[in-house]
Design a protein around this ligand. Structure first.
Ligand SMILES: [Zn+2]
Length: 163
């Protein structure tokens, strides 16, 4: 019974939040396609989308032992973008969703994604996460994850697009 109530509350909550417009989703899809075959990352704010730089290749080049992954399979925000994210929460246009793409891997919240989003069992930032399944000629789909009951769980699936 508790679980049913929780899910009901979750759905109600979600339909009350119009946080991802069609135009914002289209911009995120285009960013994902332009960055393919590398991962892209960015922020969806109350008002608009901020495309960020994935600095993973720079880190890999500087220290391949500490950062064995390239941008093909990982993403890292720049210091400036993390500062922007942090400051946004005290502004009237806060970041609501952090997005990143998975080239040819499908849209799921990976263990690596969890390690970067949760610390001591709590979300690091008060945001949802959108993961985009980007392929060589199209977007497969996108999935939105929300922190519920100690973990990020799928709350909405977005159709893909030939883009
Ligand atoms: Zn990921």
């Amino acid at each position: 019974m508790l679980i049913i109530l929780d899910e009901f509350a979750l759905n109600m909550n979600f339909t009350n939040e119009n946080i991802l417009s069609d135009s914002a989703l289209e911009r995120v899809y285009l960013h994902s396609r332009h960055s393919y075959p590398e991962e892209c990352c960015g922020f969806i704010l109350n008002d608009g989308v901020k495309e960020c730089e994935n600095v993973q290749n720079k880190l890999h080049k500087l220290d391949p032992f500490k950062y064995p992954r390239t941008a093909r399979t990982a993403f890292t925000f720049s210091f400036e973008d993390l500062l922007f994210l942090d400051r946004s929460f005290n502004s009237n246009n806060p970041v609501r969703i952090i997005y990143h793409s998975h080239p040819d891997l499908g849209a799921y919240f990976s263990d690596e994604d969890r390690n970067h989003a949760i610390i001591d069992g709590e979300p690091i930032y008060p945001v949802k996460h959108l993961v985009i399944d980007v392929q060589s000629t199209r977007i497969g789909c996108a999935k939105l994850f929300k922190f519920v009951n100690g973990d990020y769980q799928l709350v909405k699936l977005f159709d893909g697009k030939e883009i």
